[in-house]
Design a protein. Sequence first.
Length: 651
Amino acid sequence: MYISRFQLGNYKSFYEPPPLVFVRGFNIISGQNNSGKTALLETLGLNFVGHPHRSTKTVPARDTIPNQISWADISFTVSPRELKELMLATGSQRYRIIKPPLGSPFARNIGFVDDSEGSAQRWLTAFFSQESLTFKLRLQARAGQGLSWGLVGSPSYGLYPEQNVQGQWGYVDLAIDSSREVVLAGAGTTLERTDIGLQLSSTLQRHVYRFAAERMKVGRGPHGGNAFLAQNASNLPEVLSQLQHNTTRFRDLNRRLNAILPQVIQVSVRGIDPGQVEIVVWCHDPESQREDLAVPLSESGTGIGQVLAILYVVMISNRPQTIIIDEPQSFLHPGAVRKLVEFLKLYPQHQFIIATHSATIIAAANPKTITLARFEEGESTLEQLDTDAEKGIQATLAELGVRLSDLFGADNILWVEGRTEEKCFPLIVENIVGRPLMGTEILGIRQTGDLESRDAKKVFEIYRNLSRGASLLPPAIAFILDEECREEAAKHELCTLSGNRAEFLPGRMYENYLLNPRGIAEVANAIEGFRTPPLTPEEVGTAIDSRLNDPGYFCASEKLGGPTDRIRRIDGARVLKEIFNEFSDARVTYEKVRHGVALTEWLIKNAPEDLREIRDLLAKVLDRRGTSNTWPADGPQDMERQPPTRRDSSG
């Protein structure tokens, strides 16, 4: 059994979003805070109170009374075998199925030609010979009141139109015996619209569990003989007490619990007050026989109760269940969440619906459906994503050296040349541009060499596809690239291919802005074992000057200008590499990311004017996301826009 289709309406932030399709296995619901994820899970849990939607759509004036009915249409898909087991579990003596109209395509196909017992038997055989049966039902609740079940259409299983003769519906009653044999038990007509789907609604409901993102108060409860966990897990002590007698299964449960939460060695259940039992947690070796050191579950970590209840449902249930988990990362450590997801994968017969904003969970679950919740203009909306496309995105990200968690949840992405800029540009934005990133993620392009090949068009198409349309990933606002030795025509082509989102540094590369002799000397001297005596700014300045006069450090087609132009056009990365190697006698190699960050931090503190061109470029591209152009009153003062210059040795 699983929920195959779902639509809600007029509930909390939802007015009437489109229907959702779910499958067995993992289904992910994602979205920002306050986007409606929890409200959706409340209705999916089939245990909610009417709460009509309020917005300008439903309350156009202050005295408007909105529609008071919240509702949800839900389709349960079961196999005929599961249906028989559900019939046995319900305990009802008779079940009703509505006759198909005589002469209808379905009736002719199965040989249902009259009201004889033979026709009825052929119809019954056909009904239970379906590969699966889907029952569509409606839940509705008036404001502040509980739920009632009803039919969306008749029959609920929708195989054919109902047989309606003068306002009455023909039906056949059937029964099931202990050997799972279904037999005819009567026939007739009725004015009441009811059928087997509606009769099974409460039983179907009991197979849906929802685990909220909050501490579960299930540490103690009454002793009893029930082994069926309640939907809210309120009787967890009772069912664990029963399971404890089955030592093998109880040991398996504890083994799984320990694998997910290694600090928990085991749990057990003990009697306390008359008729009451309590779950206790052993964080010490049970071989010590020190039961007095066990801690009550109510005094233990928040996530232990949720994990226990989830494990119980998954491992002990004899039939497939729908298990809804709200924000598991809110009550479990990321490592524990990953282990829990990997464990749940071992039970593909169940359906898992997980609301999360954790890219780690999404990647681990490899979901079959992804639903994105958004809140816009006072209303929550839902959109189901193309999971094949999302998996393609994740595969592409892997090839590019980017993880989904690197950019998941950002409002937009600023792609930069590489890992050095990825680490340094946020420092410049926050400390020199003087504004927060506010949802913009800065990520390095890992395969920049491809941008100079004939595959440039393909590369930019990849990046555009990663961040456009309905996807978990945010849009790209710009690509900031090194100017390097690109001709104007090549830069123009890349701008066109990028949809006019490509921007180029005024200097040849980011390392050109780091050629400050005093900064290089101080960063080098802070490295243990760099050299004795300490490196001086004068030595660094002389080393840079010697290279400014060597054409081999410049692009072949360039005409060398004055010192200011040369410091912009020299191969800055090569210069830094050679300076570190030369003055440390090859003991220290220049590391672009580590030492680039150190030099950037030094410049921010001591010579921010060296980074003014980077600052201006970052401010320009960040304005594309709609942020203000105004500098904060207490932020850095505006500096005259000039090309970067090598600072003298005095700094």
